[in-house]
Design a protein around this ligand. Structure first.
Ligand code: ZN
Length: 229
């Protein structure tokens, strides 16, 4: 599938434009910096049909409402991350961001394994809790968009409120559904702003990588996130 990627906001969070043909696209995650995305849509002459969310942290949703409202398009996510669409504490904006946060006003929830058909393309939600309770990967054709669940040779943090290391490992144990899929994820091992890497991975590789990285990950990010009020 043809796609474009942008990095939005202070955390340079990935935002994807998946091209559906006829000038249509689906947007995956919109962090801070909706104006940057809106300019890009105009430059590329793309009209969005829907917004898919990998999870509810502010750096993946802060720009959603601006784009949703402008185009009047549906927003899809897993039910367990819905509270983050309006709660600045739950979505971490209160702790990390100085920018004003616009709550998402309308959304639709999608269950594990459910497939949405948008402009004749199928998008399947794979629930992969661990980074957040409602973290998901979105699969479309040969593409798997992993959000903050899986990075190149690494995996997402589990030390934020609602995160679970046990759930994250279980998500990877259940990753048989990923077999042979080409995964696009950001390489955070060298430079956090580095471009996407393309890998074809097998489930056992994913699991091994995550086991391997667990200790380093946990040492690097001790569970020091402040208690929520
Ligand atoms: Zn996140």
């Amino acid at each position: 599938m043809e796609y474009l990627s942008l990095m939005l906001g202070s955390l340079a969070t990935n935002c994807y434009l998946l091209k559906l043909g006829d000038g249509k696209c689906v947007i995956v995650d919109i962090g801070e910096g909706a104006p940057v995305l809106l300019r890009r849509l105009e430059t590329e002459k793309l009209t969005p049909c829907a917004i898919l969310l990998t999870h509810g942290h502010f750096d993946h949703i802060a720009g959603v409402e601006q784009v949703r409202e402008k185009f009047q398009i549906p927003v899809y996510l897993h039910a367990l991350d819905v509270p983050m669409l309006s709660d600045r504490n739950a979505n971490l904006a209160y702790w990390i961001s100085d920018s004003p946060f616009q709550a998402v006003q309308a959304w639709q929830t999608v269950a594990d394994g459910q497939t949405l058909t948008i402009a004749q393309k199928d998008f399947t939600l794979i629930h992969t809790p661990g980074h957040t309770p409602g973290s998901v990967c979105w699969k479309c054709e040969d593409l798997l968009l992993t959000g903050d669940t899986l990075f190149h040779m690494s995996r997402g943090r589990t030390d934020f409120p609602g995160g679970s290391d046990a759930q994250m490992l279980e998500s990877f144990r259940n990753s048989r559904r990923w077999r042979g899929i080409t995964v696009y994820c950001r390489d955070t091992t060298r430079n956090p702003r580095s471009p996407l890497k393309k890998n074809t991975i097998q489930p056992c590789e994913v699991f091994n990588t995550c086991q391997l990285k667990k200790q380093k990950h946990q040492n690097h990010f001790p569970s020091s996130f402040p208690d929520t009020p």
